[in-house]
Design a protein around this ligand. Structure first.
Ligand code: ATP
Ligand code: ZN
Length: 465
């Protein structure tokens, strides 16, 4: 079977044909680093990690390049830095905020079983590329300088009839409607209400860099130009897949396309545009501004990262997910069973049923149904390999069980001591005492299993109920 992916631009599920099968290239918009990421932010991380793993499986590890950026220049970062480190010069405070948040983000997504991307560029390290794209856009007549800003003109773009996409094609909006629906209080330096910022002046004390030609004062980039610059630097003028959450379609991705295609006179920026649906709480998008969020960091205190991962993948990436406790509990149960059955078994090959489901526009719910099928067919080696392809079984069974014991507050040393006492009681036929110990452990949720080892000697093992 071939890989088919749904493309937001054409609204079609199409066979995926890489520009160069020896260098398959994917860009995904990463976090703005000023605070803990919430579990909604984890959705694109996990979804595109599955795609990254699938592409590596299909084209070979050395032939896939995955770029996910870190936005480390933004008003929200400046505000947080001023609030958290009022005693420090702003630039130093910003460095502290972005460093801490970046580290936390890595710890979180590592725990979710996400591979690190091939490159994780930081916006502040690509100011030169941003300036270059901006200068090309001004030269080409797509952007203009006004009051120390540089603005992009979607109307100038759509005046060109040949070789460029239409502004609005990705989000299926017409420029005329955007103009009609524009707010009245348009910034005075904009020629048209739909123009957007490529570069703007910095306030005193804020991070600033030499501006594109035509502007004397130092300034800083707008958000959209950052991704065009980082994608260009690491993946070239055109690449295969661009991804992110559905909220990024407009204006962020529409503007990325406009900048990149006009700067390099291309019909396309990425060949396939993929967007994940929202993770919701009680039918509303989880978001920082609504305050209905729970951080990955908090959830990891109660759940192994792989349980969060499985829970995320039970829903197809384009559909909304309602995030519930009940569903998490079910995911934990399923994963416990799979760990016991397959974690310590040498993997064979990922099952065709699992891979085929993924090839069909990353149909992870279907692939999970196929995993249950392997479990029911008692194919431990196939289950082991298939789970690994999806980013599970990063731990041995002993590590997995040990972590659960730790989380449940059960003291393994104490249990071993009680089991030894019970074995001694049984040896002297004091069954009242041995039953008492078994009941004491049961009250703590510890279930004993009596069996024999390879030499036929009695052994007692335990697990949590
Ligand atoms: N509830 C959600 N469900 C799925 N994806 C989300 C959700 N919220 C944010 N994302 C995605 O997370 C990634 C990081 O986005 P970003 O750092 O801008 O978060 P955010 O949009 O600021 O979050 P918030 O909406 O809470 O302010 C983006 O790809 C975005 O689409
Ligand atoms: Zn982006």
């Amino acid at each position: 079977m071939e890989l088919r992916l749904h493309d937001t631009l054409t609204r079609e599920k199409r066979p995926f044909v890489p520009l160069d099968p020896n260098n398959v290239r994917m860009y995904v918009c990463g976090p703005t680093v000023y605070d803990y990421a919430h579990i909604g932010n984890a959705r694109p991380v996990i979804v595109f990690d599955v795609l990254f793993r699938l592409l590596r499986h299909l084209y070979g590890e050395a032939h896939v390049k995955y770029v996910r950026n870190i936005t480390d220049v933004d008003d929200k970062i400046n505000d947080r830095a001023a609030r958290d480190f009022p005693g420090l010069p702003l630039n130093e405070a910003i460095r502290k905020v972005t460093e801490q948040t970046g580290k936390q983000f890595h710890a979180d997504v590592d725990a979710l079983g996400a591979l690190r991307p091939s490159v994780e560029p930081r916006a502040t390290e690509h100011i030169g590329e941003m300036r270059e794209i901006i200068e090309r856009l001004v030269k080409g007549g797509f952007a203009y300088v006004a009051e120390d800003h540089v603005l992009f003109s979607p109307q100038a773009m759509n005046a060109v009839n040949d070789g460029l996409p239409r502004y609005g094609a990705l989000s299926k909006r017409s420029l005329d409607e955007m103009i009609a629906g524009a707010r009245v209080d348009v910034a005075p330096y904009k020629k048209d209400s739909t123009d957007f910022v490529l570069w703007k002046p910095s306030k005193p004390g804020e991070p600033s860099w030499p501006s594109p030609s035509g502007i004397k004062a130092e300034g800083r980039p707008g958000w959209h130009i950052e991704c065009s610059a980082m994608a260009w630097k690491h993946l070239g003028e055109q690449f295969d897949i661009h991804g992110g959450g559905i909220d990024l379609v407009f204006p962020h991705h529409e503007n990325e396309i406009a900048q990149t295609c006009c700067a390099f006179h291309q019909q396309r920026m990425a060949n396939t545009w993929m967007h994940n649906g929202f993770l919701q709480v009680e039918s509303e998008k989880m978001s920082k501004s609504l305050g209905n969020f729970v951080t990955i960091h908090e959830l990891l205190k109660d759940w192994p990262g792989e349980v969060l991962r499985l829970n995320m993948l039970k829903t197809h990436y384009t559909s909304p997910i309602d995030w519930t406790m009940k569903s998490l509990e079910e995911s934990a149960k399923t994963l416990n069973d799979w760990y016991r059955f397959a974690a310590d078994v040498a993997p064979s090959k990922p099952a065709a049923s699992v891979v085929d489901a993924l090839l069909d526009d990353l149909n992870t719910p279907q692939s999970i149904a196929a995993l249950h099928g392997l479990r029911n067919a008692a194919d431990a080696a196939g289950l082991s390999a298939s789970l690994r392809l999806l980013g599970f079984l990063s731990e041995s069974l002993a590590q997995w069980e040990g972590r659960k014991r730790e989380a449940s507050g059960v003291d393994a040393g104490e249990i071993d001591r009680l089991i030894a006492e019970r074995t001694a009681a049984r040896a002297r036929k004091d069954f009242r005492e041995s039953d008492r110990i078994r009941d004491e452990l049961a009250a703590k949720g510890v279930v004993l299993k009596d069996g024999k080892d390879a030499d036929g000697k009695p052994v007692t093992t335990w697990e949590l109920a």
